[in-house]
Design a protein around this ligand. Structure first.
Ligand code: NAD
Length: 324
């Protein structure tokens, strides 16, 4: 079962799992946080596959989720990607975050715990749990108890609740802290899409903190390879050891935001104009992933620099929006 199947990362992960012959039950409430037609277009590419079943459902709805799970007793792995994402929106709509990221996450863990066949519960966390940490690169060993946005606080809560379920019920869980994912079919509220949209419309791009931001940008195919590698490696259930793991999943490169924009401008073949703005509340200055743990345990090895990933994103963006 994969939740968030109509979302950016969920859609690509479903495609990869179906391509390799897995059977996938996809869940998504297809909410209106961003353009629903993009979610529907992703779903349209999945629905119809003989090994894909889709339910439009809210993971926070216990009864509905229990019914769906009861109808698929052979499910043995869960990938919980459904969430209310976005740092900035969490200041506007806090309850969306507690509903999907805490209550919904708990509903999924409860389903997993009551499933005797369950082998692995994989779920999405976020680099935002590192808050304003200044030690770089971010390591899973670092303290993460100073979130600077409600989004980060809900993602950290998901990690803690998962650890508790692994401890109490010996439920094998793996959390993945994603670092700024971009690529074809990407999210309209994120940098690559927002900038491409503004540049192609001839509008200024809004650049926060006067462009003085750095991000570990991770290409979607690298992320999906990491998710699938992890899925196939559940933590062992060994006496005295809690079967809970947490990994960074990034590109292991911290890029200046202005370099990322320069790649976009090059790939789009258009000029950009800028509106420089102050730092946004809840944002962090830099993210940079230490990925050695995931490399060691799952052979994770990202291969896509932004000079390769951005042109692929732009090719999709132009095709999807019928731009020349
Ligand atoms: N994209 C990134 O850079 C990034 C970075 C860090 C963490 N993450 C996490 O990765 C996961 C996937 O992110 P994404 O970028 O694909 O986002 P997305 O918004 O494209 O996908 C999430 C999907 O979940 C669905 N959803 C939301 N609430 C739901 C609910 N209550 N019930 C059922 N479905 C619900 C949405 O409709 C959406 O299709 C999320 O957990 C997100 O927090 C993403």
């Amino acid at each position: 079962m994969l939740t968030g199947a109509a979302g950016f990362i969920g859609f690509h992960t479903c495609q990869k799992l179906l391509d390799r012959g897995d059977t996938v039950v996809g869940i998504d409430n297809v909410n209106g946080y961003y353009d629903v037609s993009l979610k529907e277009a992703r779903l349209a590419r999945l629905i119809g596959h003989p090994n894909f079943t889709f339910y439009r459902a809210d993971i926070g709805d216990r009864a509905v989720m229990a019914d769906i799970a009861a109808g698929h007793p052979s499910i043995d792995r869960y990938i919980n990607l459904a969430a209310q994402p976005g740092v900035r929106y969490s200041l506007e709509a806090p309850h969306e975050y507690t509903h999907a990221n805490i209550e919904g996450h708990l509903v999924m863990l409860e389903l997993a715990r009551s499933n005797p066949r369950l082998r692995h519960f994989v779920y999405a966390s976020s680099s935002s749990v590192y808050g304003a940490n200044s030690k770089l690169p971010f390591s899973e060993e670092d303290r993460v108890d100073h979130p600077v946005s409600l989004y980060a606080a809900t993602k950290r809560s998901g990690e803690l609740i998962s650890h508790c379920y692994a401890h109490l019920y010996r439920l094998p869980t793996t959390g993945l802290r994603f670092f700024t994912v971009y690529g074809p079919w990407g999210r309209p509220d994120m940098a690559a899409y927002l900038f491409a949209k503004a540049i192609t419309a001839g509008e200024p791009i809004k650049v926060f903190n006067n462009g003085n931001l750095r991000r570990d940008f991770t290409y979607i195919d690298d992320i999906v390879n990491g998710i699938v590698a992890v899925l196939d490696r559940p933590p062992a259930v060994i006496d005295g050891i809690v079967p809970a793991r947490l990994y960074n999943i990034g590109n292991n490169r911290s890029e200046a935001l202005l370099d990322f924009i320069a790649e976009l401008v090059r790939a789009l073949g258009r000029e950009a104009t800028f509106e420089f703005l102050p730092m946004q509340p809840g944002d962090v200055l830099e993210t940079y992933a230490d990925i050695s743990a995931l490399a060691r345990d799952a052979g994770y090895a990202p291969t896509t620099p932004i000079s390769v990933g951005i042109p692929k994103f732009v090719a999709w963006f132009k095709e999807f929006h019928n731009l020349s």
